[in-house]
Design a protein around this ligand. Structure first.
Ligand SMILES: Nc1nc2c(ncn2[C@@H]2O[C@H](COP(=O)(O)OP(=O)(O)OP(=O)(O)O)[C@@H](O)[C@H]2O)c(=O)[nH]1
Ligand SMILES: [Mg+2]
Length: 316
C-alpha cells in the first residue's frame, strides 16, 4: 500500500574528517562506510537509507536518503577532483544539505572557515538548498566553548537550524534526524522499505578493508591504496562467506611495506579486516588478501574507472 510520507535526499557534506561517515554509520546503526582518524577517508558518494517515525506530526514517518560524501577541500590529481565533484554533485542533487562541522577543530569550526579558498565550494553548495548545520563532536567540546560557537553560526546563518551532536555517542542525533525529516518533501517513499544502501555487498566489503589500511598503515600509504574484491562465495548453510581481495598500490616500492616483514603486516590487516567484515555483515568471513601494483592508478582516468571511481565530472 502506498502512503505519503516525508521522503528525500540529505547530503552530508563538510571538510575532511568532521565525522560525516561516523554519523551515517550511527543513524543506520551499522558499519556501512569507512571511518578513520585520517582526513580524506571517504572517496565516493554512498547512499544510506533510514526510515524514522515522527510522532505527533503529519505525515508521521520519514525516509531519509543520506548521501555520505568525501570531505571537500582543494586538491590536485584526478582522484581528488573526482572526490570533490562527488560531494558537490551530491549537495546540488539533495533536498536538504547537512553541513557538518567539527566542533573540536579550532581552525575549522567557525563560519569564517567557509570564506577560505579551499572551503568556499562548501559555502556555495550550502546556499543552494535548505541547510542544517550539525555541530559535531560536542562530546569533546568544553561546555563554555559550545554556546559561543552556536552563536557564531547563528549570526552567520540566521535562518539555519544548528544542531549540536556527537556522532560518536549518538547525543543529539535523534533530534537532528527530526530536523532533517521536517524539511523533506511529502510524497511516496523513494526506496523499498528494506533497502539500506545502493552499494553492493562487495563494495561495502572493499570499504571495510580499506578502512583497516587507514588504521594500520602509516601516514601516507593508505592514500596510495585501493581495494578490489575479486572473489566472493557464500555458504548460506554455514552463514559463511569467503572473500578474496587485492590491495592495489601505486608503486613497486610500496608493496613490501604493505606485506611487511615475513608477511606480518598483511596478516594483521587480514585479521582485523576479517573481524570488521564479520561484524558488519553478520557472517563468518574467510578473507584472503593479496597485494598488487597498478602503476600510478590514482593518476589515470582509466585506472580510476576500473577501480569504480566513476569518471564523470572530470572536466578540464
Ligand atoms: N570525539 C568524537 N570523535 C568523532 C565524532 N565523530 C567522528 N569522530 C572521529 O573523527 C574521525 C573522522 O571521522 P569520519 O567519520 O571518518 O570523518 P569524515 O567526515 O567521514 O572524514 P572524510 O571521509 O575523510 O572526509 C574519526 O576518528 C572518528 O572516530 C564525535 O562525535 N566525537
Ligand atoms: Mg568519510
Amino acid at each position: 500500500m502506498s502512503e505519503d510520507i516525508r521522503a528525500g535526499f540529505c547530503a552530508i557534506v563538510g571538510l575532511p574528517n568532521v565525522g560525516k561517515s561516523t554519523l551515517l554509520n550511527r543513524v543506520l546503526g551499522r558499519h556501512l562506510v569507512a571511518v578513520s582518524p585520517k582526513p580524506q577517508t571517504t572517496r565516493d558518494r554512498i547512499l544510506g537509507v533510514h526510515t524514522i517515525e515522527l510522532p505527533g506530526e503529519t505525515p508521521d514517518r520519514a525516509q531519509i536518503a543520506y548521501v555520505d560524501t568525501p570531505g571537500v577541500q582543494d586538491g590536485r590529481g584526478p582522484l581528488r577532483r573526482y572526490m570533490r565533484e562527488a560531494s558537490l554533485t551530491a549537495a546540488s542533487d539533495a533536498d536538504v544539505v547537512l553541513l557538518l562541522v567539527d566542533g573540536t577543530d579550532r581552525r575549522g569550526r567557525t563560519p569564517e572557515r567557509l570564506a577560505e579558498a579551499d572551503a568556499a565550494a562548501l559555502r556555495d553548495a550550502s546556499r543552494a538548498h535548505p541547510v542544517i548545520i550539525g555541530l559535531n563532536k560536542v562530546d569533546r567540546v568544553p561546555k563554555p566553548e559550545l554556546l559561543p560557537l552556536i552563536e557564531a553560526w547563528a549570526s552567520f546563518a540566521p535562518d539555519v537550524e544548528i544542531v549540536p551532536i556527537s556522532a560518536a555517542t549518538g547525543d543529539g542525533v535523534e533530534r537532528l534526524e527530526r530536523v532533517i525529516a521536517q524539511r523533506l518533501p511529502v510524497g511516496p517513499p523513494l526506496f523499498p522499505e528494506e533497502m539500506v544502501t545502493d552499494r553492493s555487498p562487495q563494495f561495502i566489503a572493499q570499504e571495510i578493508i580499506r578502512e583497516q589500511l587507514y588504521h594500520q598503515l602509516g601516514k601516507e600509504l593508505p592514500y596510495a591504496c585501493a581495494v578490489q574484491v575479486e572473489t566472493w562465495s557464500e555458504n548460506p548453510a554455514k552463514n559463511a562467506l569467503s572473500i578474496g581481495a587485492v590491495i592495489i598500490v601505486e608503486r613497486e616500492s610500496q608493496k613490501p611495506i604493505v606485506v611487511g616483514r615475513g608477511g606480518a603486516r598483511i596478516r594483521e590487516l587480514g585479521i582485523a579486516a576479517r573481524q570488521a567484515l564479520g561484524d558488519a555483515l553478520g557472517k563468518t568471513v574467510h578473507l584472503s588478501l593479496f597485494v598488487k601494483v597498478l602503476a600510478e592508478w590514482s593518476r589515470g582516468e582509466a585506472e580510476l574507472r576500473r577501480l569504480g571511481y566513476g569518471g564523470e565530472g572530470e572536466g578540464a
